[in-house]
Design a protein around this ligand. Structure first.
Ligand SMILES: Nc1ncnc2c1ncn2[C@@H]1O[C@H](COP(=O)(O)OP(=O)(O)OP(=O)(O)O)[C@@H](O)[C@H]1O
Length: 769
């Protein structure tokens, strides 16, 4: 092929496709304007077109139907406006870069070779006859990701199509111009990957559709067993694959599944904002994202003061290793296990016979129903009825008791006083409400006795309403006492750890390790909280979840297929020491699960990967993507002043390289504050990131490792890489996680002997000053 001619021919095609796109945009813009006006018009005249008449039951029905019709019409127009608007957004994006790949494929026994161009969305020609571009998720597009030129096949709903791929080409198209074009081999364009990975880190993750690798494509398109478990080394594209998988599933099941039936559990709120752009960039809606932490806070409300995962980690990383520390560690580790779940299950079972603790139902200081009476009522119900059903029956019974009490209360003096104290506005409101309720009644409302009766009823109701709401939420159960009593029964926990747990709860606190068991027990008793509508759950950084937490999640999402991604070398929480994590095959004995492994790492330069892989057992298997950079440097200084001056000098050096994001990574929040103060005292513009920071920006950041999880930076400076700071087993994974956040440069600073994790590494893989 003559490259110049070929380039020109390809550019001509790009020009032609862009013309078609422009024409489509014009047509849709006209339509979009019409639909928008229609929606605005419908909203403005909504009530004019509805017949409102509520005098007779028939009229009410007619009003209801007319309202419904009008709302349906508006809803349909709004949906169509959104659809048109989404189409426009995608076309506008494609106008600049209509596609990124092409395969020429000849089916076996076929005579014609199809040229298949692949982009972020499908595009038909102006007559809607032929595909100008295929969506990257279409069955035929998988050829591009899975094969090199030669025999190839792809799956369709009708079966496997076999044939030969003659050409596999990649394009870099910017602003409608081809900037690069490569015919590629087995892996998708090293050239293109070099370009993408060599760029600066972004505060927002980008989609990788143009350069998805074969092993990532398998994750993205996997669709057999309900559990997909991916162990991938740092920077291997787990998060990227997970998000492209969401987009793929939304495309593949577009008539069956919507974005609100999917959910992602991510490591921290900052990560949420980091990945928020990927799906919209692919023309898809974002799915609900939460952290385990957020979910727990939502469930516990303000019932107990609970420690979060980060505070637990801070304690375990900073406290002296005394007896109290060891007891705490034992507690953290045991409460993460399935043995402890078994203890909780047995305890819950025993509660159906005895042991539930209730709260008095009180009103203005008097007891309406005592906890003893609730207890007797509950345990006198048929023992064959399940606990949740019995609680429902108690709920109904209690509401009746409150309503009976309300009636007696109406004649009390305090009610008269309240009536006298009623402000004009409030009185008017109650009058209006009451009059509406008594319309058509033979009694007239100007009767003073009746007025007193109705007002007292309204007043008492106002005060009992919150009590009834709490009863309906089953808050008459004393969960704190019930959970504490678990630690009076036999568990696998030592006496000391049992006592510490009890004392902590009695003082109104819940350790982080107790939160999941607490909520799990609550769900067993109340039978509430399942998210039946979620069909696909994604758990990123899965190594940080305990087997108990996994059991809890399975109960919460009973109808969900799960994609579980993580890296056991980045398991930084204490409960993961000596315990199977969500990535262990042992956990899936009862489930149908598929396991996949990603060993190729894309984030960092070859030099950084060679350095970091020496820190972890089995690291030899990690394959760096071949992108060159400088060796990581370890800088040892003698005292605090030199340390400070050297750090600032290093930041200036990195700043001169025009990096967008430079992270000073610390072991803990405490150390981060120290680094932050040191730098701000020298007027260095830095931003301190803590657990309440929800977004990250360009510039120099100071951040504890556990918040940097899942994120990447152009350059990383490890603030204190001394052996004193990083020597324990848990530290190894923290250290590895911190170092693997660097894309282009890594500097480790220490005032003392460097960490043993550095000393274990071959001295050729870093410079030492
Ligand atoms: N196929 C690919 N094409 C282009 N970039 C890729 C590809 N795969 C991964 N990357 C890039 O590599 C970096 C790491 O990806 P990602 O964050 O998804 O990895 P990860 O396995 O989740 O990492 P970690 O576990 O270390 O947080 C990102 O910048 C991502 O864009």
């Amino acid at each position: 092929m003559s490259p110049k001619n070929e380039w020109e021919r390809e550019q001509e095609r790009v020009d032609g496709v862009i013309e078609d796109i422009e024409q489509k945009i014009e047509g849709i813009e006209d339509r979009a304007g019409d639909v928008k006006e229609e929606v605005i018009g419908l909203r403005e005249t909504f009530w004019e077109d509805v017949t409102v008449n509520i005098d007779e039951p028939d009229d009410i029905m007619e009003t209801y139907n007319s309202l419904r019709q009008q709302a349906e019409l508006l809803g349909e127009r709004e949906r169509s406006h959104k659809h048109v608007y989404d189409q426009l957004k995608t076309l506008r994006r494609m106008k600049h870069s209509p596609y990124f790949g092409r395969v020429d494929f000849t089916e076996d026994n076929g005579h014609e070779t199809d040229q298949v161009y692949i982009g972020i969305s499908s595009l038909m020609d102006r007559n809607d006859e032929n595909f100008l571009v295929y969506d990257w998720r279409a069955p035929i597009s998988s050829l591009y990701y899975d094969y090199s030129p030669g025999p190839a096949e792809y799956e369709t709903p009708e079966g496997t199509i076999e044939g030969n791929m003659d050409v596999k080409r990649q394009y870099i198209i910017r602003q409608g111009q081809i900037k690069g074009m490569f015919d590629t081999g087995i892996t998708i364009g090293d050239e293109l990957l070099q370009e993408v990975l060599g760029g600066h880190a972004n505060t927002q993750m980008k989609s990788i559709v143009a350069t998805i690798q074969k092993e990532q494509n398998q994750i993205i398109r996997y669709d057999e067993r309900p559990y997909l478990v991916v162990q991938g080394v740092a920077g291997s594209g787990k998060t990227s694959a997970a998000l492209q998988r969401v987009a793929y599933l939304l495309y593949q099941y577009r008539t069956k599944i919507t974005a609100d039936q999917m959910m992602l559990f991510s490591p921290n709120p900052m990560f949420n904002s980091y990945v928020a752009n990927v799906l919209p960039e692919l023309g898809e809606e974002n799915i609900e994202q939460t952290t385990f932490q957020e979910y727990m806070a939502y469930r516990l409300e303000s019932r107990l003061h609970f420690e979060d995962a980060y505070d637990q980690l801070e304690y375990l990383l900073t406290a002296d290793q005394t007896d109290a520390y060891k007891t705490r560690l034992e507690s953290v580790q045991y409460k993460a296990t399935l043995q402890f779940k078994h203890d909780v299950d047995e305890y819950a079972e025993s509660l159906s016979k005895d042991g539930l603790v209730f709260k008095n139902i009180k009103f203005r200081g008097s007891t309406i129903v005592s906890k003893k009476n609730i207890y007797d009522y509950f345990y006198n119900l048929d023992p064959f009825i399940s606990m949740p059903n019995k609680l429902e029956m108690v709920n109904e019974w209690l509401i009746q008791q409150v309503e009976a009490y309300e009636k007696k209360e109406r004649s009390k003096e305090w009610v008269d006083e309240e009536i006298e104290l009623l402000g004009k506005e409030e009185l008017l409101k109650i009058h209006q409400k009451l009059q509406a309720g008594y319309r058509g009644n033979s009694e007239t409302f100007d009767d003073a006795v009746l007025e007193r009766r109705l007002l007292s009823k309204a007043i008492v109701k106002k005060y009992t309403k919150p009590i009834k709401r709490k009863i309906e939420e089953l808050k008459f159960l004393n969960m704190k006492a019930i959970y504490t009593a678990l630690f009076h029964s036999e568990t696998g926990l030592s006496e000391k750890a049992t006592k510490v747990t009890r004392e902590n709860i009695e003082s109104g606190n819940l350790f982080y390790e107790d939160v999941t068991p607490f909520l799990y027990l609550e769900d067993l008793i109340k039978g509430t909280h399942v998210y039946n509508h979620i069909r696909y759950l994604f758990i990123d950084e899965a190594q940080d979840y305990s087997p108990f937490q996994f059991a809890f999640l399975k109960k919460l999402f009973p109808y969900s297929r799960m994609t579980i991604l993580g890296d056991y070398n980045q398991a930084i929480y204490a409960h993961t020491l000596h315990a199977p994590s969500l990535l262990s095959e042992d956990l899936y004995k009862e489930e149908r699960a598929e396991y996949m492994t990603l060993l190729r790492s894309y984030r960092s330069t070859r030099q950084i990967i060679e350095f970091t892989k020496g820190m972890i057992p089995g690291g030899e298997a990690i394959e760096p993507f071949n992108r060159e950079g400088s060796l990581p440097s370890v800088i040892r200084t003698d005292d605090q002043n030199v340390h400070q001056a050297t750090l600032i000098k290093e930041l200036y050096r990195l700043g001169e390289k025009k990096y967008d994001t430079i992270a000073i990574i610390c072991k803990t929040a405490e150390e981060s504050r120290e680094a932050y103060e040191l730098l701000t005292s020298c007027d260095i513009p830095v931003r301190l990131m803590d657990k309440d920071t929800y977004t990250f920006t360009k510039g120099i950041l100071v951040i504890p490792v556990y918040l940097a999880k899942g994120i990447e930076f152009d350059a990383v400076v490890l603030y204190n890489a001394s052996d004193k700071n990083y020597q324990h087993q848990l530290d190894r994974k923290l250290f590895y996680t911190a170092c693997t956040r660097a894309m282009h440069e890594l500097t480790l600073m220490t005032m003392e002997e460097p960490s043993r994790f550095i000393q274990e590494i071959s001295s050729d893989s870093y410079t030492y000053k």
